[in-house]
Design a protein around this ligand. Sequence first.
Ligand SMILES: NC(=O)c1ccc[n+]([C@@H]2O[C@H](COP(=O)([O-])OP(=O)(O)OC[C@H]3O[C@@H](n4cnc5c(N)ncnc54)[C@H](OP(=O)(O)O)[C@@H]3O)[C@@H](O)[C@H]2O)c1
Length: 271
Amino acid sequence: MKKILIIGASGFIGNALYKELNSYFDTYGTYRTDNKLLEKNQKFFQYDMELEDISILLDNLKPTIIISALRGNFNSQLDVHQRIINWIKVHKCKLVFVSSANVFDSFSNYPSYEYDKTLSDSVYGRFKIKIENALMRLPTNKYVITRVPMIFGATTPRVQELKTLHDLKAPIEVFPNVIINVTSIAKFTQQIHYIINRNKKGVFHLGSTDLIYHLDLIKEICDTLQLDDPIYKQVYDSNSDRYLAVLPKDNKLPKNLQITTQEVIDSVVVN
Ligand SMILES: NC(=O)c1ccc[n+]([C@@H]2O[C@H](COP(=O)([O-])OP(=O)(O)OC[C@H]3O[C@@H](n4cnc5c(N)ncnc54)[C@H](OP(=O)(O)O)[C@@H]3O)[C@@H](O)[C@H]2O)c1
């Protein structure tokens, strides 16, 4: 049976993945912030990347799949990932890395595909590229890189934030000339489940099959949430339309695991 360790399993993505995978695989997770509930859970380990060496946990647990869904100091994250890479090189194990559409944020004239060259203007994007490049130096069967756009869903931090800004009558930032794709947390976790189950490898673009302007997306989400008269603050960060979208070409998932922007918009309310 596959033994999965999710690093950052108390976070938004890590926890959703834990819930999705736990019944099917021998699944473990890490959390950093003290948590009475997780403390009692034998499958969770408290781990702080600023203080501890991840190799100790890996040596003890011997996972066959590691999923990293961490946030925090970029240098510490680089260090953790380098240690994980050194570990998987000599063990029967692969790393599933949650990367971001931002690895392409320098290229603005078209959407990006799996094996396009990455280039980023942002510190965040460049940090993700460093980890991706380190992984790509390994044999392909040692890693899965998932490039993920903005994630929505009824209980997601992004939707909570829209509701809070609306309640506070605060402006919601929208980017009228940024064209993106998006996904839902439910579809994302199903996709990762499939990728693990089928022993997939390489680079996956897990965004919706169609694209939408950021402004239109946020307006439609606010409509769906029935937020009355939201205040929008339009932010123009370039003179012309700019793409920030990750589309699949080489590593497409089956039809039932693809998602449209309309389905993402519909996912912001509980059905
Ligand atoms: N959310 C999105 O829309 C999105 C889209 C694309 C890519 N991503 C990527 O997905 C990853 C996870 O994002 P998320 O939204 O799930 O983040 P999140 O909710 O903030 O979760 C972050 C996780 O990292 C843990 N963590 C923080 N500092 C740590 C430390 N010093 N040592 C060990 N663990 C630490 C947190 O533990 P505690 O909570 O217990 O402190 C938590 O489990 C990130 O790499 C992000 O770039 C996210």
